[in-house]
Design a binder for this molecule. Sequence first.
Ligand code: MN
Length: 463
Amino acid sequence: MKLLHVSDWHLGRATYGEPRAQDHDAVLAEIVAIAAEQRPDVIVHTGDLFDVVRPAYTDMARGVTALQELGAVAPVVVLCGNHDSPALFDLLAQLVGPESPIRFLSRARTPQAGGILHLPAADGSEVRLAGLPFVHANRMLDGFEDATTWHGLYTDRVHVVEQALARGLLEGYDASRDVAIFAAHLHVGGAILSGSERRVHVGDTYASHLEHIPAVSYAAFGHIHKPQPLPGSVLNGTYAGSPLQLDFGELGEEKRVVLVEARPGRSAPPISIPLRGGRPLWRFDGTLDELAVRASRAGRCLALVTIHTATTTPGLHVMVQDRLPDAVLLQVTEIPADRKLPAIAGADTGDGPEPAIDELFRLYLAEVGTRGVAADRVMATFSTLLDAVESEQLVRFPEEDELPAPVTPSNGGPAGGEAGTAQPLLAASLALAPRMITCRQCGSSFEAPVRRGRPPTLCDRCR
Ligand SMILES: [Mn+2]
């Protein structure tokens, strides 16, 4: 008996806004070709056929077409994953009809209600397949529990289902004829996550224990995107994993489908068949020169690029694209070195007296930096302004001469503006002029210059 195990297609997924449809088309064609070559007796898809509960019609068509092509090779059992809609699965099941080679399992069923599938294999053996689609923590399992038990621990609730399916697998089991398979969309504690799974559905509340799962020839699991054997050595089985690198948590992961050749009553080692279709993800962090060296290895990929430059470089995106002509640039981030001041060794503000305001600003520029302009220019401007405030002198920056003349009644508004008559704008806005202040004690008004943004609060008499 030969079984082909696929999982977590996530049709409709985009990565950083880039649709993966062409990658899915490539990898689905590859999977169909593998099925046609290997001629399995049964094909199991362990869930997350689609990325969202309401996929686009084009993605539904893409999924149904691929399943039909697989169904032309062997019966296909598709489990509903946490990203899939059970209602959509019911609808698809209704449309294809009971005679179709494609079986959509929308929710967990008791053995009496069809939870165990019996599928004949070419070598005369029979596949007994117990399927466990994703169980939501907040939905009651019809047929397995009632209102008094369904709010119990998730792992205990899933255990009840697993036990019922185990009993169903064993009932009338013939070790000389039957191959028992367990298939589930389930998070098993200890599995290594890719980071692209839906976080809330791989949390500890959703982790279940392998000891509860019936002894079978092979356990086909979906839900975790990193291809891997089931943790521990309790059960012979794997997470087939997603067929594409869906997100950067899956960077460098080798994707695959799993082929299992089992004989009745025996467990069988799973064989990985690598998938090469679809563009891989690629991440780069370095200088443009370093990119030029490494670019040849990138090829057709979806790239996340961080470039370290000396100073803001116009046209950087084009320069990166020139070096990666076949890549789709998902994001290019520039980190110019001059947006931060060099950190000063020993500039510890822990104990000593409170540092001066320019020292605090210097530390800020060393730690956080600026957004647009070189940090040393910002620091110089800040120092100039600070000196001007302290010495109560007007300050004039050369840049001010490049500004258009301000609109005032004396120069007749915009039409009469003349170059060279600009007022010292920055100085005017510096509030060096005295301000009217109300005395905190006697309530009288007095004029005072504003120093460092902190005006006096008491008049001369009350001071
Ligand atoms: Mn998934």
